[in-house]
Write a protein that binds this ligand. Structure first.
Ligand code: FUC
Length: 845
């Protein structure tokens, strides 16, 4: 036998004998804390699995369980009168006075996402556990814990079924009758427990009528459970039932006891009285008891094996649309995830970890963001997806729209999970409903917007508790513009005209209308925003004054450019609203322009001021580069260079999501090696707990991103960053491998999506594409920009303006070259495609 086959055989055998899987996060010890526990979920129900031996902890969530109730849409009446005063102060450059007055334009804080409670599996085992193993297998969305005590192996499997809306927990012992445990429940909320039978436990309770954000500490009571009006305070009903066991089951309020079993299967489900963002969850709530009973009784009619089969089929329908392999010839790394991350942090190569991180991002979206179905609302993934154990979680675990809520959905379209985008898209409609009243009540203006925080109640007002919040974050008014990009992108990827006409366009138009009303003439020929902030940074004026409120920050102008451009293109596609389109075209021409500062950077502020914190985590002024499309190395090279300079000045440090955003920026600058450097830093193992705004970042042992604390946006931004390194389609062409790092010399990606309804498979070796498959759903001219050369029937060098409407470039005063401009080693082709057809392109040898 030669050396190599022997080694291969050894590897196969050792992998098989330890049961370790390549698409799994696995560990040799239980989770010591939440950041080591493993998330499973079906979009609605979420569980953090700790894998403890004697007292297994399953921390539960239901996505609609929030504190509060419908928002007060006019919480601070009469404040619109201060806006002219703010503007007057700004135009006489009294920024301190302007900031003070801006604080008068504030309303109430958002409410907070709530935990449901814990299910604790108490297994009175003496002796030491050996052969301990736990994992989260993302090929079947199942968490397994296994260990041996006194010669008996105990196994627990847990998954959350989307088709059947239950959590399934299956416990087994290798020795007949050795399984004894009590399934106990507890909640941070007041609950009552009832016992409908010897095998079932029901918990009923109420979420708080209000919970202050964790950074508000001046109220006597931060969490209030009662609402004298009977409106707020969402009810919940949560049930645990034995599906089957060969042992004895008995139940009292202390829990469900199973004795002398070899196997026991528990079904767990929950429902709340949430009845929509504008309905009182208490007085006008849904019948949560009936909902939970129905989920459970339907599931009880099916065996665990059947539920598992249907769960896996449902999960794989989404998960298996894509795959990514990087440098497959690299030796596999067969280590527990904590050790694997440590090894990677120390500098070792592990391309399979990088592709696993991408797959894990898709797993998280599938597990935390499911479209609405009958009876289920479909709420967007919040700051923590759907996983939160705290009544006052960091930043209320809400929807933060000055980066975080959007970042959650950056991978949705490109990573072939378009329908998982719809919870956010649907939610925009709710925010717009309150947002229309916010713009009227706070500014006396039309259209709609949402400020930097929102919640399940569609909150849209500037937060800050009527003057107590810093305007650097509370008064940022551009959420409607940013969210509108998601409305447009969903169309740009899918070409769904019915959706564009009936749903997205009216909302985009409303967001654009607010921006039209919000802009003001600076008397020097430009339209500016005032007040204006650059989240959440502070400038230093020539006089040394520090402030955050000024006029026409670059981010504001870039966001308005974006929403105007997208709305103009949408109205062209729909061939409607020519008058409104013309208004937008006229205003767009007068927008205060992007500027290059004295350091050669893309300027952040109206004037070329210094930053109080030059390395601030937000890099808001590069919105135009990503996720916007105003700046691109292909079309506006001078501005792209300025953006690069900005990133160099900002530096590579940053919290979780900040680092993820920078990966996307560097990918958009076509600098794969720099993007890769940051990806490696994002995956740096951290155990840092608590909150750190400025430093920190990294990845916890459970592969969730650390702000710190945990925030899921960093995972999603990292996922989209990898996508942007492989394929871009925002600036007039399909740009294949635009930011491939040297470290990914070879690879294969399948199922990546591009705008205009294209789906691509790409294989590359030595940095050159060897095979590309283009599947077209909408047809049209597919213009490909590729490293190297490709051949295929019908593939021609590109000529003229790309006639594909999904690749039309918005009118721009900055464009100095076309995206087809050839550079060394890059070819640009046209391929005429027809809907439903596939095309195979082969790399020249
Ligand atoms: C923004 C960020 C913070 C944090 C919060 C949820 O306000 O500036 O760092 O991520 O959102």
């Amino acid at each position: 036998m030669t050396r190599l086959p022997f080694l291969a055989l050894f590897l196969i055998l050792s992998l098989a004998s330890f049961g370790q899987k390549t698409q799994a996060l696995w560990y040799k010890q239980p989770a010591r804390n939440w950041n080591e526990a493993l998330p499973v979920g079906n979009g609605r129900l979420g569980v953090m699995v700790f894998g403890k031996v004697n007292e297994e902890l399953l921390q539960l969530n239901e996505e609609t369980l929030w504190s509060g109730g419908p928002v007060n849409r006019n919480p601070n009446p009469g404040v619109a009168k201060f806006l002219p005063e703010v503007r007057e102060a700004l135009f006489r450059e009294d920024y301190a006075q302007a900031a003070k007055l801006t604080q008068k334009l504030q309303g109430l804080y958002s409410d907070a996402y709530q935990p449901l409670g814990d299910l604790v599996l108490k297994q009175p085992l003496t002796g030491t556990a050996t052969n301990y193993y736990r994992d989260l297998d993302i090929t079947n969305a199942t968490a397994t814990t296994r260990f041996t005590i006194d010669g008996v192996t105990y196994t627990r499997e847990i998954f959350v079924s989307a088709p059947d809306q239950v959590i399934v927990i299956r416990l087994t012992s290798s020795k007949k009758g050795a399984l004894n445990f009590t399934a106990a429940t507890r909640s941070p909320h007041p609950i009552s427990k009832t016992v409908p039978g010897r095998d079932e436990l029901v918990m009923r309770g109420k979420a708080p009528a209000h919970a202050d954000p964790n950074y508000v500490n001046y109220n006597k009571q931060a969490v209030i459970y009662t609402d004298s009006a009977g409106c707020k305070g969402m009810r919940f009903d949560w049930r645990v039932k034995v599906k089957s066991t060969d042992g004895q089951a008995s139940t009292d309020t202390a829990g469900i006891r199973i004795q002398g079993a070899t196997e026991a299967v528990l079904y767990v489900t929950a429902a709340t009285s949430f009845n929509g963002f504008d309905k009182c969850p208490d007085s006008d709530g849904r019948d949560e008891k009936k909902l939970a009973e129905t989920y459970l009784s339907k599931a009880m009619a099916k065996s665990a094996a059947l539920l598992r089969r249907d769960h896996i089929a449902d999960y794989r329908k989404l998960a298996n649309r894509m795959s990514l392999t990087l440098n497959s010839e690299a030796a596999p790394v067969d280590l527990p995830m904590d050790e694997r991350l440590k090894r990677y942090t120390d500098g070792a190569a592990d391309p399979a970890l990088e592709s696993l991180y991408f797959a894990f991002g898709r797993y998280l979206l599938i597990s935390s963001s499911r479209p609405k179905k009958e009876g289920e609302p479909g709420v967007p993934a919040n700051l923590q997806g759907i996983w939160n154990p705290m009544v006052r979680p960091p930043w209320s675990s809400n929807f933060t729209t000055n980066i975080n809520a959007e970042m959650n959905y950056w991978p949705a379209e490109m990573a072939n999970l378009s329908e998982l985008h719809t919870p956010l898209l649907d939610w925009i409609g709710n925010m717009a409903a309150t947002g229309r009243e916010t713009t009227r009540n706070f500014y006396n203006m039309g259209g709609w917007t949402v400020h930097h925080n929102s919640d399940i109640w569609g909150l849209s007002n500037p937060v800050g508790d009527k003057g107590k919040g810093s305007p650097s974050w509370a008064n940022w008014a551009m959420g409607g513009a940013w969210l509108s990009q998601h409305l447009w992108d969903h169309y740009a990827y899918t070409g769904d005209r019915t959706y564009l006409k009936g749903y997205a366009y009216p909302l985009m138009k409303g967001a654009a209308q607010f921006c039209l009303d919000w802009l003001v003439d600076d008397q020097k020929g430009h339209l500016v925003t005032a007040p204006s902030t650059s989240p959440e940074n502070v400038f230093v004026t020539e006089k040394g004054e520090k402030n955050s409120v000024s006029v026409a920050t670059t981010m504001d102008m870039a966001l308005i450019w974006d929403v105007f451009s997208n709305t103009i293109q949408a109205s062209e596609q729909l061939n409607m609203d020519a008058d409104f389109r013309q208004k937008l075209l006229d205003a767009k021409k007068k927008l205060f322009p992007l500027q290059i500062g004295k350091k050669g950077n893309l300027q952040e502020w109206y004037k070329d001021w210094e930053d109080e914190d030059p390395q601030h985590r937000h890099v808001s002024h590069l919105y135009a580069l990503h996720p916007g499309r105003e700046v691109s190395p292909l079309t506006t090279p001078a501005l792209a260079n300025a953006a690069r300079k900005t990133l160099e000045i900002r530096g590579d440090d940053g919290t979780g999501w900040s680092k993820s955003w920078k990966i996307n920026f560097w990918a958009r600058l076509h600098d794969g090696n720099h993007a890769y450097k940051l990806l490696r830093e994002l995956l740096k193992l951290t155990g840092m707990e608590g909150t750190n705004y400025n430093k920190g970042g990294g990845t916890y042992p459970n592969l969730l991103c650390a702000h710190p604390p945990f925030q899921i946006d960093g995972n999603f931004g990292g996922t989209s960053g990898i996508g942007e390194m492989l394929l871009q389609s925002h600036d007039g062409v399909l740009n294949l491998l635009p930011a491939r790092p040297d470290a990914w010399a070879s690879g294969e990606v399948k199922g990546l999506k591009a705008r205009g309804g294209y789906e691509l498979d790409m294989t590359w070796a030595n940095g050159k594409l060897t095979r590309v498959v283009v599947r077209s759903t909408l047809g049209g001219n597919c213009r490909l920009r590729v490293p190297g050369t490709l051949t295929a029937a019908g593939l021609k060098p590109s000529s003229g303006v790309n006639p594909n409407p999904f690749y039309a470039l918005p009118v721009s005063q900055y464009r100095t070259q076309t995206p087809e401009t050839a550079t060394n080693g890059v070819a640009v082709y046209d391929l005429a495609t027809a809907p439903g057809k596939s095309y195979v392109l082969v790399g020249a040898r």
